[in-house]
Design a protein around this ligand. Structure first.
Ligand code: FPP
Ligand code: MG
Length: 321
């Protein structure tokens, strides 16, 4: 039976080959550090969204991989920058690029990937594709900037949290879907419908990611409870704070504001969050956005890719890494 995961695995091979071609085309000094993250075995969810969207609206052929690599190049650029901003030590099961190389080179590698993604997009000679890609980058940077402004604060609302995740993650997944639809010359209503699907899927994806922050590093390839150290007031942390007895709250809040949790604190709190089911409750918050995403598909062409987009909702709902 053809499932979302089997298509994802099949396409990963072709997407990886296309990404290797992009890497080989980059100037020599950039190749090692860019390759360290670009070829570290990501899920390649964003390229699959672009491929599926383009095919849903009738595009075909191997040229689609040249479009599908664009959102992954941008995604990897954001990861290179993100690990510097977060001081994260590992990514995709590897030592972070800024640790293995240094901060200046990690930043420049991200910049170079962004430039390479723009260059690739402009090669199609279609301004609407460039608009789509640049607005995705702009909104991702805006979401991340919003998150930084709220960092180490314990007072913002759930609505503000949703704004942050829509910006930092939703807009690039939206852009991945929109890019494929624009490439295939879908109608404006179809382009908007699949864009809304992507935005809602992306919001849900980040909510699940924030629940997975408390899973073991061996499952996610990222440090456990990094969000505590980074001062990101995500739903599992909001729930944990509400649960804490009054006498323990001030100590927790002080460590959160100052980013001074020890590794032992992080391991203990992550174990508590899992035991109390706050990660699972936070995952359930994603359902609202997965339902909204599903409704966006009504009325779109009844092709195999529509089934794939529906299965992507379950993949995000249930993902473990
Ligand atoms: C991961 O979030 C980070 C993002 C989804 C976006 C990062 C965006 C930037 C750094 C903006 C500037 C960069 C560019 C190129 C526009 P996370 O830290 O919560 O997740 P993690 O656990 O995977 O690190
Ligand atoms: Mg991070």
């Amino acid at each position: 039976m053809i499932t979302f995961v089997s298509v994802l695995k099949y396409e990963q091979v072709k997407v990886n080959a296309a990404l290797e071609r992009e890497l080989a085309a980059m100037p020599a000094p950039l190749r090692d550090i860019v390759g360290h993250v670009l070829l570290a075995g990501g899920k390649r969810l964003r390229p699959l969204m672009t491929l599926a969207s383009a095919r849903l609206f009738g595009a075909e052929g191997d040229g689609l991989y040249d479009v599908a690599v664009i959102p992954e190049m941008i995604h990897v650029a954001t990861l290179l920058h993100d690990d510097v901003l977060d001081g994260a030590s590992s990514r995709r099961g590897r030592v972070s690029a800024h640790v293995l190389y240094d901060v200046p080179r990690a930043i420049l590698a991200g910049d170079a990937l962004l430039a390479a993604a723009s260059h690739k997009t402009s090669s199609f000679g279609r301004p609407e594709l460039l608009t789509c890609v640049s607005e995705s980058v702009l909104m991702t940077a805006a979401g991340e900037t919003h998150e930084i402004a709220l960092q180490h604060s314990l007072s913002h609302s759930h609505a503000e949290y949703v704004d942050v995740v829509a910006g930092k993650t939703g807009w690039l997944i939206r852009g991945s879907c929109r890019l494929g639809a624009l490439y295939a010359k879908a109608s404006p209503a179809e382009v908007d419908a699949i864009s809304d699907y992507g935005l809602n899927l992306g919001i849900a994806f980040q909510m699940v990611d924030d629940a997975l922050d408390f899973a073991d590093e061996s499952e996610t390839g990222k440090p456990t409870a990094g969000d505590l150290e980074e001062g990101k007031f995500t739903p599992p942390i909001m729930k944990y704070l509400e649960f804490l007895p009054r006498c323990d709250r001030e100590g927790f809040c002080e460590k959160f504001r100052n980013g001074t949790f020890t590794l032992e604190d992080r391991a203990r709190i992550a174990a508590d969050i899992r035991r109390l089911g706050f990660d699972a409750e936070s995952r359930a918050m994603a359902d609202e956005y997965l339902d909204k995403a599903e409704r966006c598909l009504d009325g779109l062409p009844q092709r195999f890719e529509q089934k794939l987009f529906r299965e992507a909702l379950e993949f995000v709902r249930n993902r473990k890494s």
